[in-house]
Design a protein around this ligand. Structure first.
Ligand code: TYM
Length: 335
């Protein structure tokens, strides 16, 4: 009897600036919670980061900072293969191979491309190609599950389409992955505008809480968070109540309490009390992460050592997969 293969989980994150609680609650927290039972790969996607201009010294710093932050947030390199995308050449190779089976029209309709392209004076080719590199990331690991925030759903669906097209053309080669998006935290909204998603590239004070913000800054931002005039506290899908709902979801995910007990805790209370409790939960939830981060970032050699072990583990999976793909497509493989 053969033992069934453990489910594979793959996700990625860009080293393009300090993470905010949207990244943490939408993605990282669920990566940490899922460790152990499945085979996990978490990739720092530096090749994706350069699809918009990056300053080299800042990029180099941000890659190590992101590694330290992920470990500080609970990614355990013993249980998860944590690695940098550019350390595994198979990702760039896989991207090229998949470029040549993907119609251009599939990329041109991607929402994130359209949104990001609007903000650029000159659109780089890599920005359009971005989702194919993401498909290569996922498909090279025979990934079953891709835990992400809501904004990445379309990219994972495109990855499914590419896998199915390739399998149709060349025979069963890729596992067709599925996105895993949790209900709370899937789309953490901006605190100064609950109609917009919290985003790494918006630096307006009050928009986001960064994972390494000081307690004073967290207090400042939540105190000014936009709510509504209804003065009642409950989870809701009503767009008019998006601000309160956002604060409640942040509270839910930082405290781990059920929605029922949260609603009864806040019954009859006002927004002042809600904001005070959310502030406390965020400060206490982020405190250990910030403290561990400060210790880890002081030892870059140790970070590099962990990333180098991760890269070897990732290469052991991705390199043979690229060979299989090239073989299917008719290349003569180097002896
Ligand atoms: P990135 O770096 O923009 O974001 C990392 C993760 O954070 C989630 N996220 C959010 N979740 C909830 N609310 C928000 N406001 C919020 N903002 C961001 C994202 O959904 C994501 O899960 N293209 C990807 C990186 C990537 C990838 C991959 C992901 C490259 N290759 C392969 C999965 C599999 C991205 O830019 O994520």
């Amino acid at each position: 009897m053969t033992t069934p293969r453990r489910a594979r989980v793959f996700s990625g994150i860009q080293p393009s600036g300090m993470l905010h609680i949207g990244n943490y609650l939408g993605a990282i927290q669920q990566w940490v919670a899922g460790q152990g039972e499945k085979t996990n790969f978490i990739c720092i996607v530096d090749l994706h980061a350069i699809t918009v201009p990056q300053e080299p010294a800042a990029l180099r710093r941000q890659i190590r900072e992101l590694a330290a932050l992920l470990i500080a947030a609970g990614i355990d390199p013993q249980q998860t293969t944590l690695f940098v995308q550019s350390h595994v050449r198979a990702h760039a190779e896989g991207c090229w191979l998949l470029n040549c089976v993907t119609p251009l029209g599939w990329l041109e309709r991607m929402t994130q491309y359209k949104m990001k392209a609007q903000k650029q004076e000159s659109i780089l080719t890599g920005l359009l190609d971005y989702p194919i590199l993401q498909a290569a990331d996922i498909l090279l690991y025979d990934t079953d599950e891709v835990p992400v925030g809501e904004d990445q759903k379309q990219h994972v669906e495109l990855t499914r389409d590419i896998a199915q097209r390739f399998n149709g053309l060349y025979g069963e080669t890729f596992v067709v992955p599925k996105p895993v998006i949790r209900e709370s935290g899937a789309r953490v909204m901006a605190l100064n505008d609950p109609t917009a998603k919290m985003s790494k590239s918006d630096f307006t004070r009050g928009h986001a809480i960064r994972v390494n913000d000081s307690p004073d800054e967290i207090r400042w931002v939540i105190k000014r968070a936009v709510t509504d005039a209804l003065a009642s506290i409950g989870f809701s899908n009503d767009p008019a109540r998006a601000g309160v709902n956002n604060l409640l979801q942040i509270y839910e995910l930082f405290t781990g309490q059920s929605r029922e007990s949260i609603e009864s805790h806040f019954a009859g209370k006002g927004y002042g009390a809600l904001k005070a409790d959310v502030t406390e939960a965020v400060i206490e939830g982020l405190r250990p992460i910030r403290e561990r981060f400060e210790r880890l970032i002081a030892d870059p050699a140790e970070i590099d050592r962990i990333l180098s072990i991760g890269a070897s583990q990732a290469r052991a999976v991705a390199d043979p997969k690229v060979r299989v793909v090239m073989d299917r497509m008719g290349f003569v493989l180097p002896a």
